[in-house]
Design a protein around this ligand. Structure first.
Ligand code: BES
Ligand code: MN
Ligand code: MN
Length: 456
């Protein structure tokens, strides 16, 4: 499609400049100190949707950060695509590990470095620019609705209500999301499932105050020691999760499905080298792909207690805590797993300490259909722009809205992500390749073209 490439070539610099403007907003949803910036980002997104040609653009208030909505309805008889993305980003810390500041986007080696470059500003903005392209070249073949939220990175707490209250407004034939990864530019892929999430915080309390570790140590249980022992017991010798009932609802994949996933191009040696580890770790009997895509896991996200300042302080802490998350696979349920974890964790606490478990947020796992018109449209779009059929994979991350859209609106999702696992999402030096950004902008109009054609 030469008009697509021509339009991108003509507007390349501006499309990059606008993304840079978006990346300069520190829209960190987790930290209240950025509140004004998050709100300004929503306004910026709304302005850009209007400039691109969207109508009925609205910054919809919620109990938390607003959801930006916009649409272009060309013909009620045509299929409608609902584009979802998020304008909020993860906190940038540890700041000292960034080579250039997280909110001053910088190009190095063909890559845009900034917090949110890939997750998800760079990816959702491709849709805004692809929409502009279709409007300007008179080639928008379907109706389009945008819903860009500001609380994805903190669990989308207010999105459920918004979706329930706006069922008509959000009515669509498919949800299209670019907030996932593909294998590489040489091996384009489409994620066909996401894991769910159950996130909790645990607190172990021993003595009623911090104690001198010499005066009392040896006679009183140390909450940090107890907590680490309890956490260590959550995996067995096969690195399986040792919570009774944890695997009960897991649907095991057939050998054929496992073989298909494992045939994706992937190299353990490269993976290890990239991460700087000598050996990989995970549930025995499964490949790396399976461990991150199709098997449930339990991770400690943070752990603290006692003295962690400069130098040494001899102290036996009163409390120790950890943030723990579990990634879930179909047909596990987040509420059920949260309960299983809580009951188990409380049951293994020795009488020398008190344990408190506080649930944070959750999300349900999903598999997306690979026989739908929308999936086929994505396949054809990628095949045309990359010159290669996309490989179906499973994503290890979570996007809770996907299950919610399905449950509340009955709409299935296509996950057409253009990021890479190595884009440092949630890490220092997050990046997005310029090539992936423009490849996305070129591929998205093809999705609309084929979705319209195949829907007839
Ligand atoms: N875009 C990610 C999810 C993702 C990344 C899916 C890579 C597949 C591949 C999203 O922004 C994210 O980080 N989600 C959170 C969940 C949320 C409830 C905090 C996650 O997966 O930890
Ligand atoms: Mn994301
Ligand atoms: Mn994220």
């Amino acid at each position: 499609m030469s008009f697509i490439k021509n339009y991108v070539a003509q507007h390349e610099q501006r499309m990059l400049d606008e993304l840079f403007d978006l990346l300069r907003y520190p829209s960190v949803s987790a930290d209240p100190k950025y509140k004004a910036d998050v709100l300004k980002t929503a306004e910026f997104v709304a302005t850009k949707l209007i400039e691109a040609g969207a109508e009925n653009v609205e910054v919809c208030q919620t109990a938390g950060y607003p959801i930006v909505y916009g649409e272009k309805i060309i013909d009620a008889a045509k299929p409608t695509v609902l584009v979802y993305g998020h304008y909020d980003v993860q906190p940038p810390d540890p700041l000292e590990l960034w080579e250039t500041p997280p909110f001053e986007p910088t190009i190095r080696d063909g890559k845009i470095f900034a917090r949110g470059a890939c997750d998800d500003k760079g990816q959702f903005y491709m849709h805004v620019k692809a929409f502009e392209l279709m409007m300007q070249t008179n080639s928008l073949p379907c109706n389009i609705k945008f819903m860009i939220e500001g609380e994805e990175e903190v669990g989308s707490d207010n999105l459920g209500d918004f979706v329930k209250q706006n069922k008509n407004k959000l009515k669509a034939d498919v949800v299209l999301i670019s907030d996932t990864a593909m294998i590489s530019m040489e091996h384009p892929s489409l994620e066909t499932g996401l894991r769910g999430l159950s996130y909790l915080e645990v607190e172990v309390t021993g003595p009623n105050r911090d104690l001198h570790s010499g005066v009392y140590g040896g006679a009183v249980a140390n909450p940090a020691t107890i907590l680490t022992k309890m956490i260590a017991s959550l995996h067995d010798d096969n690195n399986r999760i040792a919570i009774p009932g944890f695997y009960d609802d897991v649907i095991n994949l057939s050998d054929a499905e496992r073989d298909a996933l494992n045939s994706a191009p992937y190299d353990d040696a490269e993976y290890k080298a990239d991460l700087g580890v000598n050996e990989l770790w995970g549930e025995n009997g499964y490949s790396t792909f399976e461990r991150t895509g199709t098997r449930p896991t339990l991770e400690v996200n943070g752990i603290w207690g006692g003295y962690i300042g400069e130098g040494a302080k001899t102290v036996l802490p009163s409390k120790a805590s950890a943030k723990i998350s579990m990634r879930l696979v179909p047909n596990q349920g987040s509420a059920k797993i949260t309960k299983l974890f809580t009951d188990h964790f409380l049951s293994i606490a020795p009488p020398s300490v008190k344990v408190k478990v506080t649930p944070h947020h959750g999300g349900e796992p999903v598999v997306t259909p690979t026989d739908s018109v929308a999936y086929k449209a994505a396949q054809q779009a990628i095949a045309e722009s990359f010159g290669k059929e996309p490989i179906p994979t499973r994503g290890g991350g979570s996007i809770p809205i996907v299950a919610l859209f399905e449950a509340e609106l009955g709409i299935k999702t296509v996950l057409m992500g253009f990021g890479l696992d190595s884009d440092n999402l949630h890490s220092p030096n997050e990046k997005y390749d310029i090539a992936n950004y423009f490849k996305g902008i070129e591929t998205i109009p093809l999705f609309y073209k084929y979705f319209d054609e195949l829907s007839k």
